[in-house]
Design a protein around this ligand. Structure first.
Ligand code: GLN
Length: 469
């Protein structure tokens, strides 16, 4: 069902077995055949992709490779709507730095992928343009918020894609769709041109068919950017350098708080299988503790909503976004534009965020959440004194059914418990598929200390090979 990896198509292009324009055509045909059932894409510009393909430089690391881009990352001349009515008519006048870097490496942006509106959600069902279906089971959600990016890669409609991860939005859909999702260290990849959701947590990263492709894309995406003040000056590395090296003696921690009885049987089986493989590979798996795990969801939803309420204030119908029609007062124009432009979940978050920042509640909620965040980061600092990497689930269950009305917003928020910690602490994390016969796709997660992506990818690659058998 997959379309073929970056490594595969690079070899095909370089041997002349296929030309860059033929590759775009082939991908476009695959999308046309499959996407009516899946709805991974919100738009695609075949003419622009074909034009870029005619002058592709095949000597570059991604020469001639088309890549799908989440709808909240700016691509010049293309709609960048964040799957929201608020930005229904917005065409980006510039490229995000991540896209500039992909183009400089020879890649061709092709297609804007569906997502939860403004990246708020865990199922892809909060898109104003309709939900995405999971290619492994179209009655189920693909996860979110990078729902379309994950479904496009898993459904044979993209070679690889970019997503964004604020509380799990790359790793969780990757897990639900059976592919690889990498959230780099906070600050590794420039966020210039990423429509901000929660700026102290947001990070761009790749969704790919395998670990080697994730390393290849990270090599291109990383690097300091003066246009993003949170971009790190940390020197980049060759993230492919560790691939294929053995992991004998690597110390891997298993947080006892992550072994909850609330984990579905598939998730427990995936963890057990990974522990077995890692032990066979010569790693030492030991139990550790992350004592503040219980508080991460509350802290995240306070901080993320607070930042969202501030970031989304610019969409008022005057400076940015949908503008209500008719003659009315300024206040009425603001409220009518926002009422019509934002969906229910975005409104819920803006209201929650405004509340926790308001006078009288700031100390009780926002300031307290920041203290919890510091304690969560400290848990990891202590854990990484004993171990090199941490292993855990990505989500407590495989993908839920579409339109599962039994789930309350709180239950949905609670399912982010294993992905949120990496965002609160700024750590890199990767979600890897752990295939089990007859089961829905289920991933496992590895976390590393800040800027230890080379080690993370080395271990992920070794584990991926062992899991594939
Ligand atoms: N599911 C989380 C949320 O709804 C994470 C979203 C994300 O990472 N963008 O906030």
């Amino acid at each position: 069902m997959l379309f073929g990896t970056i490594a595969h198509w690079r070899a095909q292009l370089q041997s002349g077995a296929i030309s860059p324009t033929e590759l775009v055509e082939e991908l476009d045909n695959s999308i046309a055949a499959r996407d009516p059932q899946i709805h991974a894409y919100l738009s695609r510009n075949k003419e622009a992709a074909l034009q870029a393909a005619t002058c592709a430089d095949l000597s570059l690391p991604l020469g001639g490779i088309p890549l799908a881009i989440k709808d909240n990352i700016c691509v010049q001349g293309e709609p960048t709507r964040c799957a929201s009515k608020m930005l229904e008519n917005f065409v980006s006048p510039y490229d995000a730095t991540a896209v500039t870097r992909l183009r400089a490496a020879g890649a061709i942006p092709f297609g804007r992928t569906n997502m939860d509106e403004f990246a708020m959600g865990s199922a892809g069902e909060n898109s104003a343009f309709g939900p995405t279906h999971n290619p492994a089971d179209p009655d189920r959600v693909p996860g979110g918020s990078s729902s379309g990016s994950a479904a496009a890669v898993a459904g044979g409609m993209a070679i690889a894609a970019l997503g964004s991860d604020t509380g799990g939005s790359i790793r969780q859909p990757a897990s639900h769709c059976g592919i690889v999702g990498l959230k780099p260290t906070y600050g590794r990849v420039s966020r210039y041109g990423l429509v901000a959701f929660a700026s102290s947590l947001d990070q761009i990263g790749p969704l790919t068919q395998d670990v080697a492709d994730a390393a290849t894309l990270l090599n291109v995406l990383c690097g300091h950017d003066a246009k993003d003040s949170t971009s790190s000056p940390q020197p980049t590395e060759d993230f492919c350098a560790g691939l294929g090296r053995d992991i004998r003696g690597l110390r891997i921690g298993l947080p006892k708080e992550y072994l909850s009885s609330g984990n579905a049987p598939e998730v427990r089986a995936a963890l057990e299988q990974s522990i077995c493989c890692l032990t066979e590979l010569g790693a030492e798996v030991t139990e550790i503790s992350l004592p503040h795990t219980e508080a991460v969801v509350s802290a995240y939803y306070i901080i993320a909503c607070a930042e969202a309420s501030s970031n989304l204030a610019r969409f008022d119908g005057i400076r940015y976004g949908h503008r209500a029609e008719g003659n009315m007062s300024l206040d009425a124009l603001y409220s009518k534009s926002r009422e019509a432009g934002f969906g229910a979940e975005v409104k819920r978050r803006i209201i929650l965020g405004t509340y926790v920042l308001s006078g009288g509640y700031y100390d009780a909620y926002y300031a307290k959440a920041q203290k919890v965040r510091a304690l969560v980061a400290q848990d990891f600092t202590r854990a990484f004194e004993q171990v090199d990497l941490i292993l855990g689930p990505v989500a407590p269950t495989p993908a839920p059914k579409l339109h599962d009305t039994q789930l309350t917003p709180l239950q949905v928020y609670l399912s982010d418990i294993y992905t949120i910690p990496a965002n609160l602490a700024g750590l890199p994390g990767i979600s890897l598929p752990c295939p089990q016969a007859g089961c829905l796709p289920t991933g496992i997660q590895l976390l590393a200390p800040p800027f230890a992506e080379t080690r993370l990818l080395q271990a992920a690659h070794a584990l991926e090979c062992a899991l594939k058998g």
